[in-house]
Each structure stands twice: as C-alpha cells, then as structure tokens.
Design a protein around this ligand. Structure first.
Ligand SMILES: C[S@@+](CC[C@H](N)C(=O)[O-])C[C@H]1O[C@@H](n2cnc3c(N)ncnc32)[C@H](O)[C@@H]1O
Length: 322
C-alpha cells in the first residue's frame, strides 16, 4: 500500500511562540502542541495505558463496539482525514470497518514526525487502505486533503481523543467553523469528547501516581533546552494540575520552585520566574451534552449520532456538515 509522508520544518514557529508565551507580563504560557516531540509522543502513549487515564480506553471501547454502526451512518464513498492522529491505534477499528465497504484513502495529519511514522507503519497492513501522512497543522493538512478529493467523494474527518478540548473557550468554536468551511455539505466529522465527571477522577487522570504525566509536562522545558539551547533546570519545576470550575477544564501548569532566571538563546529571550509562579501548558475542557449540541449547531453541523461509554463518561459524536 502507498505510504508517503510530506514534511516541513517548524523550528521558527516554535521559537516565536515560546518567546511570545514566556514574555507575557501576567500568566506565562506555552502552547500544548509543542508537547509532541519524539519523547513527548512516546510519553503520551504511556499516559494512554495508565489506570487513572480512562479516556483512551473509553474511546477504544466505543469504537470497537460501534465502528460498524458508525460506518453505516456515513456517506459513500469517503476519504478519511484524521486531525492529530497520534499513532492511530484506535483508528484501526474504524478503518477496518470502512474497508468492508470500499477501498479507503486515509490521511493522518500530524505535527509529530515520530507519531506520524508509527501511525503509517502500524496501519499499513490493513487491507484496502492507502495512507498518505501529512506532517502539517490540522487545518493546513485538511485543506490539502480537500484539494485531493475526487469528484463525488465525501470526507470523513476524525478528531478523536477529546483533542478539541485543548482549544480555549471561543477558540474551539472558531476552529470548528474554520473546519466546517473546508468541508462540503454532507461531509462528516467524528468528534471524540470527554464528558464532565467528578473532579477527583479528573485530577488523578492528569496527575498519575507514577509521574508519567508530570514527565510529559516537564518534557516541554527539556525540549526548549534541546531545540532552543535554553538552560531550564527541569528539577526546579513541578507539575501542577487544577480544575478550573469556571471554564470546566483541567489545567496543567509548571510551577517554579525557586526565583530563577532562564536564558533561551534560540528565542532571543531571558525569562525571570518567581518562586510559585506558573507556566500554563494545557487546558482540557470537559463537555456537557447541551454544550456539544450547541457547538454542532453553531458551527454548521447537524448532530447525527452519539455513542456513550457507560464506565468513563465519554461521547463519540457524528456530525454532518449542513
Ligand atoms: C492528545 S493527542 C491525541 C492523539 C490521538 N488522536 C488519540 O486520540 O489518542 C493529540 C495529537 O495531536 C497532535 N497535534 C497537536 N497539535 C497539533 C496541530 N496543531 N496540528 C496537527 N497535529 C497536532 C499531537 O502531535 C498528538 O499526536
């Protein structure tokens, strides 16, 4: 089967956004998309195995139970584009179900070269799929897939793992409207969304007892050291997780354990951090049913199906572009 990766370099984007986020006079922040270098992607795969992190297993259960039914609700023929595929482990379940109908072109869109390479390697044995990996940002990749579609071919966009929850507030609605703008009427989006649940369960999911999520978070500083020549002393930071009641999001921060000054030559920046000050690295929003329905309607989709996991509240949503 055809397996091809298209690559681009993003070093300057990294330096620019690190500079912007760490120069802020109030809450310093770093974009979560930079978690995923080779070490970060490997750590994310370990997180998915942790007993506390039920999210991935919930979505796996949903896809293994309902892939055939989801596929029955799709237009045909479809090409599949996956935003932030990771290693694509869960996607296999859908692709195998789709293959029972017709041959499928599958386009994983990823900024992590190592996750993309694993995805291509692991899924290439599926009979009747051709894989074209795109090392791109979500919407750049989707635009490219849309430009390649054949006459009469619909798109199925996969956005799994509740990755939509990483967009802050209005940004998720804006992103969904932009995504919808690339689609044709009748195209479909399969959106995995983690639902509201007790706060103690959420806090444990993002602050596991083995410290894997802490390593995932701290690796962002280590990555800045490796790629931008910075001198962060990673041991002078602690992983911190809070639940923000107002935004109904888990927030991950890196808390400075001392007053310190860090030099980042590749971003042309010197940063001062006070003891106790934090760098905000990620938010993971938790959804209600009403909110998901409103999001669909306001971004130009009609909800066409929802599948729920009884053990770990999680919703797999099928939305049709209208
Ligand atoms: C939370 S992981 C989810 C992976 C997989 N979809 C799953 O459900 O397990 C997010 C994935 O999206 C990728 N990613 C993050 N930001 C991205 C962006 N702006 N464009 C493309 N990929 C991105 C990361 O490299 C990572 O593999």
């Amino acid at each position: 089967m055809l397996t091809r990766a298209l690559t681009t370099t993003r070093r300057s984007d990294f330096a620019l956004l690190v500079r912007e986020g760490l120069s802020r006079p109030s809450q310093k922040e770093l974009p979560s998309k930079f978690f995923y270098d080779e070490i970060g992607s490997a750590l994310f795969d370990q997180i998915c195995l942790l007993p506390e992190y039920g999210l991935t297993r919930a979505e796996e259960r949903l896809l293994s139970r309902h892939a055939a039914e989801i596929v029955q609700n799709l237009p045909q023929p479809v090409a599949v584009a996956e935003l932030g595929s990771g290693t694509g482990k869960k996607t296999r379940l859908l692709l195998e179900a789709l293959c029972r109908r017709h041959a499928v072109s599958y386009y994983p869109i990823e900024i992590s070269p190592s996750a993309l390479a694993t995805c291509e390697r692991e899924l290439k044995d599926i009979r009747c799929i051709s894989i074209v990996g795109l090392e791109r940002e979500y919407l750049d990749g989707l635009l490219e897939v849309a430009a390649r579609r054949r006459e009469g071919q619909h798109l199925l966009v996969l956005f799994l793992g509740s990755t939509i929850g990483k967009f802050e507030g209005e940004a998720s609605a804006h992103f969904l409207r932009q995504l919808r703008g690339i689609l044709w009427e009748g195209d479909v989006l399969l959106l995995g969304a983690d639902l509201e649940k007790p706060v103690d369960i959420l806090l444990a999911a993002y602050d596991d007892s083995l410290g894997v999520t802490a390593a995932f978070n701290l690796n962002l500083l280590a990555r800045i050291n490796r790629e931008l020549g910075a001198n962060f002393d990673v041991r002078q930071f602690a992983h911190q997780v809070i639940f923000n009641q107002q935004t109904r999001s888990i927030e991950m921060h890196l808390r400075s354990l001392s007053d310190q000054t860090v030099t980042i030559p590749g971003a042309d920046l010197v940063v001062k951090l006070a003891r106790g000050e934090t760098i905000w690295t990620e938010s993971c929003h938790k959804y209600s049913f009403d909110e998901l329905r409103t999001m669909a309607n306001e971004s130009g989709f009609r909800p066409a199906g929802i599948w729920l996991d009884p053990a770990w509240p999680f919703a797999e949503n099928l939305w049709v572009a209208v």
